[in-house]
Structures are given as structure tokens and as C-alpha cells.
Design a protein around this ligand. Structure first.
Ligand SMILES: [Cu+2]
Length: 393
């Protein structure tokens, strides 16, 4: 919802390759994010009936709102939940030549929902995420959340025809499909009649970037969490502990009694003046521990306290057991499952003020965000007499 577009920054060593861009979004016909937020606060109704939230396959409450359509490059269909018929809107078509390979740059520009993407009769070789190379991994499908991006290589090695590019959000028991068409050059201009790969005991499906660990046994589907993926060997290694240069913060992305959305129980209100000219506080964030639940969680310690720390003190100074330091993937957006956590490290070497926020737009609007005030002492003070922006509020 809102304006979006692809911004592709190419590597210096960019090798020209054929590529397509898939921008995927969720689309609600009735309300935008602000209205969704108001409904969430004051009561969720579909017509006059209270709306029942959907669930994902792991039993988690998934979406409080009615999913209407998903769009690929702005195109998609509305499926009538009663009849299952769609409104015949045109779909995006990606043209390929048989025998060539293509880089698909997939951008999650939605406001709320994750999508699982697959291509009929073709496997997906994931090679990058959020602009950083991954150790390539061949999967049947992958899950993309708002704010994330994934690049995959598709080899056009099937018969000249039309194939569905499929996408489903992670809700169960609801119609939530979003489609586009992969069309080989020379194929008739018709809609595909292909079906999705059947996952079976002898041919299991692998899904990358799952927010849960398992699918039910009957799905014959395995999960590859982002934690299990590896970055490319040429990526920068993760920062390690250095005395006096390593700080650790705990960030609990949570709700305070359903509302408001907050970080460590603090709601971020947008400042009315430039913070660079009016600095308040310095943050140097090295490790985060994020928990998202319906209420502020209390693990591993009381996260609302300003000086939260590990209850096992041997975990201090970066000594967390089980962390993988060998080529962890580089990301700028990460899904933290309900009740889960992520440990993130970065070198504070990019001077400025950076917004860190939940990518669910309704949470972001409400204040589930914070500012990293990075390397503030290095920010030059404005020249003498430089006009100062004051609040107009
Ligand atoms: Cu959120």
C-alpha cells in the first residue's frame, strides 16, 4: 500500500545477465494501513460480523485483517471467497527464452504479509538476499517478508510453454493466492495450465526462510531457516568481541497489552525537529535480542528494564553458545518469529541517524521503531549562523 519501486544498485564487478524484477505486495481493497490500525484499536469487523484472525500452519495467529489480493508488479486478482472465482484482471508476464538463465530480483514491498513463492516445473536457486550474496541453495520455494529481497536464478530448461509463478501467503484455510506467468518465447499467449510440484516421500520440497521449523509430516516439506543459510565466502566476516568496542543491547519488539506497538515498552513518536541538530542520546547497538509476542516477553530477562542483560553471565562479551560465526548471511531485514529471537551484529561505521523498525506497517505507524544514533561525536557541527529548523507544531 503506497508508492513503491525497485532500486537496483549494481556491484562494481557486475556481469551483465538477463534479469526480471518481481515486486510483491499485499493489497487490501477496503482500508490502508492507518485505517487498519484504527480498526485494530477500535474493533475488527468484516461487514457487521467480527472478523476472526487467520492462523499459519504452526498454529500462530497470523493475520487479523482480511487478505484481499496479492500483487506482482502491481497486478493481481481478487478471488471471491464464496465462489472462488476471480475478477479476470490481467497478470504480470515474464518472458524467457528456452536455454537461457535469468536472475529474478524479488522485492517484498508489502505492508503486512509474507509470501511463499514457487515456479511450476522449475527449481529456484537462491543466490542473494538484501543485496548480499548467499551460498547458493536450490529450493522448491522461499518465503519473503515485507522489507526483504531475494535474488534467484531460474534456468529456462523446460518445454516452450506457459508456467505459473505462484505465491501464497502463510495463512491456512483461506484463499490467498497471487500469480504471475512465466512465458517461454514462442509459447501461445494463454494462461498456464501447469500444476505445482508434488512434494512426496521420495521427492521432498525444501522451503527457504521459514519462520517456523517444521511442516506437518503429510506435507513432505522441509524448512531451511535463515539461520541455516550461509553467506558467500567473499562477504565481510562478522565483528567479534573487542574490549571497550563491543556493546550489547536487548530489543524487545512487543505490544504493551495489545497496544501500543513498542520496543522495550517504549513507543517511538516522530520528532518534530531534526535530531542531527538536536541530539539527545547515543546508541551503539551491537547485538540485539528480539522477541515479538502479543505482550512484552520476559525472556531471557526483564526486557523492559533499561540495562537488560543475560541471566547466564557467561554469555556476556559475545560468548553466546551456538552462534554461527562461519559466514553468517548479511541482511538488513529479518523476520523474528513470534516468541523467537535473533542475534544481530554490526560494526557501527556508518555515521548518521538510522531508523530501525518493524516492517508491519501498522506496527511501524504506532511506534515499534527506534533510532540508532551512530557515531555522533563524528558528526560535524553545523556552520556558525546556519539556519536551524524548528518545530512548526
Ligand atoms: Cu511488528
Amino acid at each position: 500500500m503506497g508508492i513503491f519501486g525497485a532500486l537496483i544498485i549494481r556491484d562494481r564487478n557486475y556481469r551483465k545477465e538477463e534479469e526480471h524484477i518481481i515486486t510483491i505486495t499485499d493489497y487490501n481493497h477496503d482500508v490502508d494501513s492507518l485505517q487498519s490500525y484504527m480498526k485494530d484499536v477500535h474493533g475488527l469487523y468484516d461487514g457487521r460480523a467480527p472478523f476472526t484472525p487467520s492462523k499459519s500452519i504452526d498454529g500462530t495467529e497470523f493475520d487479523k485483517f482480511q487478505f484481499h489480493s496479492g500483487l506482482i508488479n502491481g497486478r493481481g486478482r481478487f478471488y471471491d471467497p464464496e465462489t472462488g472465482d476471480h475478477n479476470d484482471s490481467p497478470l504480470e508476464v515474464f518472458n524467457v527464452y528456452r536455454g537461457r538463465f535469468y536472475r529474478f530480483r524479488v522485492i517484498g514491498a508489502g505492508s503486512m504479509l509474507a509470501f511463499r513463492i514457487s515456479v511450476d516445473h522449475h527449481s529456484i536457486l537462491l543466490v542473494a538476499s538484501d543485496g548480499h550474496d548467499l551460498e547458493p541453495v536450490k529450493v522448491e520455494s522461499f518465503i519473503i517478508n515485507p522489507g526483504e529481497s531475494f535474488d534467484f536464478i531460474l534456468v529456462a530448461n523446460q518445454a516452450v510453454s506457459n508456467y505459473w509463478i505462484r505465491s501464497h501467503n502463510l495463512e491456512i484455510d483461506r484463499n490467498h493466492r497471487t500469480e504471475a506467468i512465466l512465458r517461454y518465447c514462442g509459447a501461445p499467449i494463454v494462461e498456464p495450465t501447469t500444476s505445482r510440484m508434488t512434494c512426496s516421500a521420495s521427492s521432498r520440497c525444501l522451503v527457504a526462510n521459514c519462520p517456523y521449523l517444521l511442516y506437518p509430516p503429510s506435507h513432505y516439506t522441509d524448512c531451511l531457516t535463515f539461520n541455516d543459510m550461509r553467506g558467500a565466502p567473499w562477504n565481510e566476516p562478522p565483528p567479534t568481541f573487542e574490549e571497550f568496542r563491543f556493546e550489547e543491547y536487548f530489543l524487545n519488539f512487543c505490544m504493551i497489552d495489545k497496544h501500543p506497538s513498542s520496543v522495550n515498552g517504549i513507543v517511538f513518536n516522530s520528532p518534530t525537529v531534526s535530531l542531527l541538530l538536536n541530539p539527545r542520546k547515543k546508541f551503539s547497538l551491537v547485538i540485539t535480542q528480539l522477541v515479538e509476542r502479543t505482550e512484552c516477553a520476559r525472556a531471557p530477562t526483564e526486557l523492559i528494564l533499561p540495562m537488560a542483560t543475560w541471566s547466564d553471565l557467561s554469555w556476556l562479551q559475545g560468548n553466546l553458545p551456538g552462534l554461527k560465526f562461519e559466514r553468517p548471511p548479511l541482511k538488513d531485514t529479518l523476520i523474528v518469529p513470534s516468541g523467537g529471537y535473533a542475534v544481530v551484529r554490526f560494526r557501527a561505521d556508518n555515521l548518521g541517524l538510522w531508523l530501525m523498525h518493524c516492517h508491519m506497517e501498522v506496527h511501524h505507524i504506532e511506534g515499534m521503531r527506534l533510532l540508532l544514533n551512530e557515531s555522533l561525536p563524528l558528526v560535524p557541527s553545523p556552520p556558525k549562523g546556519f539556519p536551524e529548523c524548528r518545530s512548526f507544531l
